[in-house]
Design a protein around this ligand. Structure first.
Ligand code: NI
Length: 132
Protein backbone atom coordinates (compact mmCIF):
# COMPACT_ATOMS: atom_id res chain seq x y z
CA UNK A 1 0.00 0.00 0.00
CA UNK A 2 1.22 3.48 -0.86
CA UNK A 3 2.33 5.57 2.09
CA UNK A 4 1.47 9.27 2.10
CA UNK A 5 3.15 11.89 4.22
CA UNK A 6 1.35 14.72 5.97
CA UNK A 7 2.30 17.36 8.51
CA UNK A 8 0.92 17.24 12.04
CA UNK A 9 0.75 20.28 14.33
CA UNK A 10 0.72 19.44 18.03
CA UNK A 11 1.03 21.36 21.28
CA UNK A 12 4.35 20.70 22.98
CA UNK A 13 2.84 18.75 25.90
CA UNK A 14 0.82 16.54 23.53
CA UNK A 15 3.92 15.82 21.45
CA UNK A 16 5.68 14.84 24.69
CA UNK A 17 2.82 12.43 25.44
CA UNK A 18 3.13 10.95 21.94
CA UNK A 19 6.87 10.42 22.43
CA UNK A 20 6.23 8.81 25.83
CA UNK A 21 3.78 6.47 24.09
CA UNK A 22 6.38 5.64 21.42
CA UNK A 23 8.82 4.70 24.18
CA UNK A 24 6.39 2.79 26.37
CA UNK A 25 5.08 0.65 23.48
CA UNK A 26 8.52 0.46 21.86
CA UNK A 27 7.21 1.73 18.55
CA UNK A 28 10.00 2.29 15.98
CA UNK A 29 8.75 5.84 15.31
CA UNK A 30 5.91 8.35 15.75
CA UNK A 31 4.17 7.17 12.57
CA UNK A 32 3.72 3.69 14.01
CA UNK A 33 2.30 5.19 17.22
CA UNK A 34 -0.21 7.25 15.21
CA UNK A 35 -1.21 4.13 13.20
CA UNK A 36 -1.80 2.31 16.48
CA UNK A 37 -3.94 5.14 17.86
CA UNK A 38 -6.03 5.43 14.67
CA UNK A 39 -6.69 1.70 14.47
CA UNK A 40 -7.54 1.49 18.18
CA UNK A 41 -10.09 4.26 17.77
CA UNK A 42 -11.64 2.57 14.71
CA UNK A 43 -11.93 -0.74 16.59
CA UNK A 44 -13.46 1.05 19.58
CA UNK A 45 -16.02 2.84 17.37
CA UNK A 46 -17.02 -0.40 15.67
CA UNK A 47 -17.59 -2.09 19.02
CA UNK A 48 -19.56 0.89 20.31
CA UNK A 49 -21.64 1.01 17.12
CA UNK A 50 -22.57 -2.70 17.34
CA UNK A 51 -20.93 -3.45 13.98
CA UNK A 52 -19.77 -6.92 12.94
CA UNK A 53 -16.44 -7.44 14.66
CA UNK A 54 -14.06 -10.21 15.66
CA UNK A 55 -12.25 -10.93 18.89
CA UNK A 56 -11.34 -13.54 21.45
CA UNK A 57 -12.66 -14.52 24.85
CA UNK A 58 -9.95 -15.82 27.17
CA UNK A 59 -10.93 -17.87 30.21
CA UNK A 60 -8.88 -19.44 33.00
CA UNK A 61 -10.60 -21.93 35.29
CA UNK A 62 -10.16 -25.00 37.46
CA UNK A 63 -11.45 -27.98 35.48
CA UNK A 64 -12.24 -29.89 38.67
CA UNK A 65 -15.34 -27.74 39.00
CA UNK A 66 -17.53 -29.88 36.76
CA UNK A 67 -20.61 -27.62 36.79
CA UNK A 68 -18.49 -24.86 35.35
CA UNK A 69 -17.57 -26.81 32.22
CA UNK A 70 -21.20 -27.87 31.66
CA UNK A 71 -22.38 -24.30 32.01
CA UNK A 72 -19.69 -23.03 29.65
CA UNK A 73 -20.51 -25.70 27.04
CA UNK A 74 -24.26 -24.88 27.27
CA UNK A 75 -23.55 -21.20 26.69
CA UNK A 76 -21.20 -21.93 23.78
CA UNK A 77 -23.93 -24.02 22.13
CA UNK A 78 -26.49 -21.23 22.69
CA UNK A 79 -24.15 -18.83 20.88
CA UNK A 80 -22.61 -21.27 18.36
CA UNK A 81 -23.27 -18.87 15.44
CA UNK A 82 -20.71 -16.47 16.94
CA UNK A 83 -17.95 -18.96 17.72
CA UNK A 84 -15.22 -19.67 15.15
CA UNK A 85 -12.97 -21.92 17.21
CA UNK A 86 -12.14 -22.96 20.75
CA UNK A 87 -8.65 -23.78 21.94
CA UNK A 88 -8.24 -25.55 25.26
CA UNK A 89 -4.85 -25.77 26.94
CA UNK A 90 -4.20 -27.69 30.18
CA UNK A 91 -1.97 -25.23 32.03
CA UNK A 92 -1.20 -27.44 35.04
CA UNK A 93 -2.91 -30.05 37.24
CA UNK A 94 -5.82 -27.71 38.06
CA UNK A 95 -5.97 -24.89 35.57
CA UNK A 96 -7.24 -24.72 32.02
CA UNK A 97 -6.85 -21.85 29.58
CA UNK A 98 -9.56 -21.53 26.97
CA UNK A 99 -9.36 -19.14 24.01
CA UNK A 100 -12.63 -18.72 22.13
CA UNK A 101 -12.36 -16.91 18.78
CA UNK A 102 -15.59 -15.04 18.05
CA UNK A 103 -17.08 -13.03 15.19
CA UNK A 104 -20.42 -11.24 14.89
CA UNK A 105 -22.40 -8.23 16.13
CA UNK A 106 -20.44 -6.50 18.89
CA UNK A 107 -23.29 -6.49 21.42
CA UNK A 108 -23.85 -10.23 21.06
CA UNK A 109 -20.15 -10.95 21.49
CA UNK A 110 -20.17 -8.82 24.64
CA UNK A 111 -23.21 -10.69 25.97
CA UNK A 112 -21.55 -14.05 25.40
CA UNK A 113 -18.30 -12.86 27.00
CA UNK A 114 -20.12 -11.37 30.02
CA UNK A 115 -22.06 -14.60 30.61
CA UNK A 116 -18.97 -16.83 30.28
CA UNK A 117 -16.82 -14.64 32.51
CA UNK A 118 -19.60 -14.49 35.13
CA UNK A 119 -19.77 -18.29 35.52
CA UNK A 120 -19.05 -19.20 39.13
CA UNK A 121 -15.48 -20.51 39.42
CA UNK A 122 -13.94 -18.66 36.48
CA UNK A 123 -10.62 -17.39 37.82
CA UNK A 124 -9.98 -14.87 35.09
CA UNK A 125 -11.77 -13.89 31.94
CA UNK A 126 -11.33 -11.21 29.35
CA UNK A 127 -12.80 -10.17 26.02
CA UNK A 128 -10.19 -9.03 23.53
CA UNK A 129 -11.87 -6.67 21.09
CA UNK A 130 -10.48 -6.59 17.58
CA UNK A 131 -11.95 -6.23 14.10
CA UNK A 132 -11.76 -8.15 10.83
NI1 NI B 1 -7.81 -28.52 30.73
Amino acid sequence: MQVKRFGVSLEENLLKKLDDLVQRHQFPNRSQAIRYLINNTIVEDKWKGNEDVAGAIVLVYDHHKRDLQNRSTDLQHDYHDLILSVQHVHLDHHNCLETIAVKGPANQLRNLADKLIAIKGIKHGQLVMSTP
